[in-house]
Structures are given as C-alpha cells and as structure tokens.
Design a protein around this ligand. Structure first.
Ligand code: TA6
Length: 320
C-alpha cells in the first residue's frame, strides 16, 4: 500500500475513467476482423486474413486514408485488393527455379494466410489514450499445407499495427526459428486513397535508381523531384537515401510515408487497362483515386541465420 506521503495527488493519478482505445473482434473464420477506435474517433480495421489493414481513418474518423476495391475479397478467398497487404517472403513473381521461394505464388503467402491476433497494448499512461498497438502473429505451423510444402522453413512473424491520432505504423518482426538460414523479401503493399491521380506528385525520390517494370524492367534514375502519374506506373526504387516519401495532392502534402529499416519503395498505379483486367479491382476507374506507395526490402534478399531477427516497417502520416 503506498503510504500517504508518496501517493500521487488526485490531479496526477491516471484517471480510471480515462477512456482508452476500444478494440473489438467481429466476424468469424477467415472474415474475422479486429477494429480499434481511439476516443477521438480515429480507427483502424485489420482482417486476420493476411493481417491486412483494410481501413485507417484519421481526422476524428472522418478521413479514410486507404483505398479498398469495391470487389475486394474480404472472405479469405484471395488476397485483399486494397488496404495494406503484407508481402512475404517474396515480392512479385518468385525466381523461376532453383530458389527456395520458386514454388510460391506472386507476393508470397503472408497476405493469404490466417494470422492470429496476439492482443492489444495501449500507452503506459492511461491518460494518453492517443494510441493503440495491435499485434498479429504468423508462424510456420499456421501455414496451409501447400504453403508449408512450398517454403518448408521455420519462421515467426509478429506484425504490429499502431494507430495514433494522425498516423498509422505497421512494423514486422521476422525471426528464423529453424536450424538453417533463409533469405526473404518483405513489402507493405499500401494502397493510399487520393482524390485525383492527375493532381498527385510523389516527392523524395530525386536521383534514386529504379527498375521500371513498364519499360521491360530497365534501370533508370529519377530525374525530376516529383513522380507524376499519367499512365501505368510500376517502379521499384532502391537504396533510397532519405526515409520519407511524400505524396502531394493538389499542391498540398497529403501523406508522409516514412520507412524504418527498409531501403526500397515501389510506386504503382495500374491505370486503365490493367485496372480493367483485374476482376477484383472496382470500379474500373478506381485507379484515379489510388496510388500504391509500397515500402520494402525487395532489392536482393535479406538473410537470417538460425535465431536471427529482422525488423522493418513504416509510419504513414496523414497530413490532412
Ligand atoms: O507492387 C506492384 C506489383 O508488383 C505490380 O507489378 C502488380 O502486379 C501489383 O503488384 C499487384 O499484384 P497482385 O498480385 O496483388 O495483383
């Protein structure tokens, strides 16, 4: 029992009534979803399928920051078209043969696996109800037989999603639980919601080398301060010197995407033809209201020896 002299005064004692974040689990099976809402109204929704963030609202809950296709599969039947799919252990189509990931589907198995919800933690100080962290886990034992057969390496992923008033942080911790080393790629395939792609500029990549997948995967250097999008764009920028990529809309900064221990960023917009060709991309004209800014470690491979850990992620700041 704290004696009187040391008991915090009533003014400082965290008020038991200070409301923390509300965390609910709804749905069942592959459609299970965790929703966290701050007392000030901001919210995040995470599908256990793929640990896919499907919604992030800032501005008291009034501003949706992520684009989600109207035909996105939210029943666990396929990777979610929108939000923040988690790409692991390979980005894009795997190496054709002779690589541990060769038998995996494009973008690996993380985004199409059933993750576990490990729980929530709010800020230590009960008075600071301005953030909540949700943890999700995926382990070798949680893979489908098919995925396990295709990549029979022992691993553990813990994915933390932290909602604050004006930002969303998503960080993965990868651990090699096996006896042999393995190598992997990781990327957060973030679909940012914007109003009009013709008024968007992506800054912070000046002088950075990129592979242009629209131009036969040839290598180029970013000559202009801004990347603008007037057609299909699919570029992998690597070894980016500074950690922030800014999405500017109509002349005003809209998002800062800050990389943490990740050196690469993919900029993607499918434009008319590719959007129409994806059955789960809807509406077809939806490419005008989204841009993917995808932070990752995809230039080469990250190698983990037995027991080693890799941690990396992003903080997206809504600047509206
Ligand atoms: O990140 C860009 C990209 O690799 C594009 O090449 C395109 O394939 C996109 O990902 C979507 O891939 P998905 O497998 O989700 O259809």
């Amino acid at each position: 029992m704290v004696d009187r002299a040391n008991r915090p005064s009533a003014l400082n004692a965290p008020s038991a009534a200070a409301p923390g974040a509300q965390v609910d689990i709804t749905g069942s099976g592959a459609s299970s979803k965790v929703t966290a809402t701050l007392p000030s109204g901001e919210s995040v929704e995470v599908l256990l399928y793929g640990a896919t963030v499907t919604s992030w609202k800032s501005n008291g809950g009034k501003t949706e920051n992520l684009w989600l296709s109207e035909k996105a599969a939210l029943d666990g039947s396929k990777a979610v078209r929108g939000g923040v799919p988690v790409v692991f252990p390979v980005f894009g189509p795997p190496p054709k043969s002779g690589h541990a990931t060769s038998a995996l589907p494009q973008h690996g198995f993380a985004r199409t696996s059933r993750w576990e919800f490990l729980g929530k933690s709010t800020s230590e100080d009960a008075l600071d109800s301005s953030s909540v962290k949700l943890d999700f886990g995926l382990y070798s034992s949680g893979l489908t037989e098919e995925a396990r057969k295709a990549w029979p390496l022992d691993f553990g992923l813990v994915y933390s999603v932290t909602l604050s008033k004006d930002s969303l942080q998503t960080v993965v911790n990868v651990r090699n639980e096996g006896e042999t080393s393995f190598e992997f790629q990781f990327l957060l395939h973030t679909y940012l919601k914007i109003k009009d792609i013709s008024k968007v500029a992506i800054n912070g990549l000046l002088g950075v080398e990129y592979v242009d997948k629209v131009l036969n995967a040839t290598t180029h250097s970013q000559k202009d301060e801004s990347v603008t999008i007037t057609g299909e764009v699919d570029r992998v920028y690597s070894k980016i010197p500074q950690d922030t990529t800014t999405v500017v809309e109509d002349g005003a900064p809209r998002f800062d995407v800050v990389r943490d221990n990740l050196q690469d960023t993919v900029v993607w917009n499918p434009w008319t033809e590719k959007a129409a060709a994806m059955g789960d991309f809807s509406p077809d004209a939806g490419f005008k209201e989204m841009v993917c800014v995808e932070v990752g470690a995809v230039n080469g491979w990250q190698k983990l020896e037995k027991g080693e850990v890799f941690e990396g992620g992003q903080t997206i700041k809504s600047l509206l």
